[in-house]
Ligand binder design. Structure first.
Ligand code: FAD
Length: 423
């Protein structure tokens, strides 16, 4: 081992960024730790907000953090590039920059935090015909396309058909956020939306938001229908082409604009870890210390990982807690100490339909979650809580002032008025 303990983190999303910042804060411990964070993007963003980027209701300028700037502030190195290879015997990883040049880095501990993508389940035509909202680039591309096509359809006085597959939090929140974007856009508004947008949300299961209590599913469905969105449940997509979706019962949903927001599988780059166990969704299997089963120098956190004994859902809450845990135990491991195991603390979940409504659930006794939100306050509390996890992360990563001012602005805009979408 070199005089310093070298930690390389691949992926600076929710889990990876918490870890890099956490380790950076401890750089001057007894065994100096050098942390290097690799990401294919130059900007850090909070993935649970991607549907808002996709609708243009938030923008990069306010809600992204520049990795290069934060790395200097938090004592870690940043390398922009795509993870393209690993040699576990030599303990090196290879990174390919946008211009095709490659770089090799040595590690003592390697943490894989490369997240996930929606799962096309091998259904014909999905990859070629649907938009995905899996990265900032995807979200920005969709935002531009949606706005352009809506503006043209509206100007020509014709309807614009949109189909979203996946009735989980991503699909449901995206559907509402796109309505919000039109309602708030200068020169458009609610009437323009009602006249032009024909949106359908397609879900295979018997209800939308299956991870939430039944009351939340039913109220969220009613809210979406109030917005004019057609919600289809028990509707299985079996094929996609340029004009729309073919369903298993033989019917079709016509939608020139299509979004695939169903299922979760690990980012494809986990395949580069030959010899390590991966689950059905491609996630690297880890133990309760978040180490891969076959290689004690390789850890995996967040959506690209799966704890073998007790799998957890692919959520920001899990990824964040895992990043914070490794920031604590990696220095202990480097110092040869015995480490404690990761314990997840469920703080509940929230789903937010733009400024229209929001609900949450808190863990209850006997594994029966308690629902809250909706009602006359239009889920204001739930929407504020939805923002809280992000602001905590923002305060940790970008500084307390950044987090608090962002939170204050968000609360004020929730209470007093509309957000400022891009024109
Ligand atoms: C629209 C949407 C809404 C969501 N809403 C919620 C919510 O309300 N609450 C909630 O808890 N969760 C929500 N989620 C899920 C949540 O975003 C994820 O569970 C969380 O982001 C996982 O964190 P992570 O650190 O594992 O991965 P991510 O945050 O996705 O970070 C992965 C990072 O790896 C980088 N990367 C990927 N591949 C490579 C590569 N080959 N080389 C280099 N870098 C790479 C990416 O650029 C990214 O920065 C939502 C997800 C989506 C898409």
């Amino acid at each position: 081992m070199s005089a310093e303990y070298r930690v390389v983190i691949i992926g600076g999303g929710v889990g990876g960024m918490e870890l890099a910042v956490g380790l950076g804060k401890q750089r001057n411990g007894s065994l100096p730790i050098t942390t290097t964070l690799i990401d294919r993007s130059a900007l850090h963003y909070w993935k649970p907000m991607l549907h808002e980027f996709a609708a243009g209701t938030v923008t990069e300028r306010k809600d992204c953090i520049d990795f290069a700037r934060e790395s200097a502030r938090h004592n870690f190195n940043f390398v922009e590039g795509t993870f393209s290879g690993v040699d576990r015997t030599a303990k090196t990883v290879t990174i390919t920059a946008q211009n095709g040049s490659t770089q090799t880095l040595n590690y003592d501990a390697l943490v894989v935090a490369i997240g996930s993508r929606a799962n096309d389940f091998g259904i014909a035509g999905v990859l070629d015909n649907c938009a995905f909202i899996d990265s900032l680039t995807d979200a920005n591309e969709f935002d531009n396309r949606f706005r352009d096509q809506f503006a043209v359809a509206h100007a020509e006085g014709r309807e614009m058909r949109l189909g979203i597959v996946g009735g989980g939090a991503t699909g449901v929140q995206l559907a509402a956020e796109l309505c919000q974007a039109i309602d708030d856009a200068p020169g458009l508004g609610k009437e323009a939306r009602q006249k032009t947008l024909r949106a359908t949300l397609i879900e295979t299961g018997p209800r939308i938001l299956p991870a939430f209590p039944l009351r939340v599913s039913e109220e969220a469905r009613a809210e979406l229908e109030k917005l004019g969105i057609t919600v289809l449940t028990e509707a299985m997509v079996v094929g996609v082409d340029e004009t729309g979706f073919a369903l298993k019962d033989g019917s079709r949903v016509d939608a020139p604009i299509k979004v695939w927001a169903a299922g979760v599988r690990a980012t494809d780059a986990t395949e580069l870890f030959t010899g390590l166990e991966r689950g059905r969704g491609g996630q690297l299997t880890v133990d309760r210390s978040l180490r891969t089963l076959e290689d004690e120098s390789v850890f995996a956190i967040g959506d690209c990982s799966r704890i073998s004994e007790a799998p957890l859902p692919a959520t920001a809450q899990v990824a964040r807690q895992e990043g914070l845990y490794l920031a604590k135990i990696i220095p202990e491991l480097a110092a040869g100490k015995t480490i404690s195991q990761f314990q997840f603390k469920d703080r509940g979940s929230v789903v937010s339909l733009g400024d229209y409504n929001g609900w949450g659930m808190l863990p209850g006794a006997n594994n029966t979650p308690k629902a809250f939100g909706g009602g006359p306050l239009r889920g204001l509390g739930a929407r504020i809580i939805h923002d809280t996890l992000y602001r905590q992360h923002q305060a940790n990563v970008g500084g307390l002032g950044h987090g608090l001012s962002g939170w204050w602005n968000a609360i004020m805009s929730q209470i007093f008025g509309k957000r400022s979408p891009r024109a």
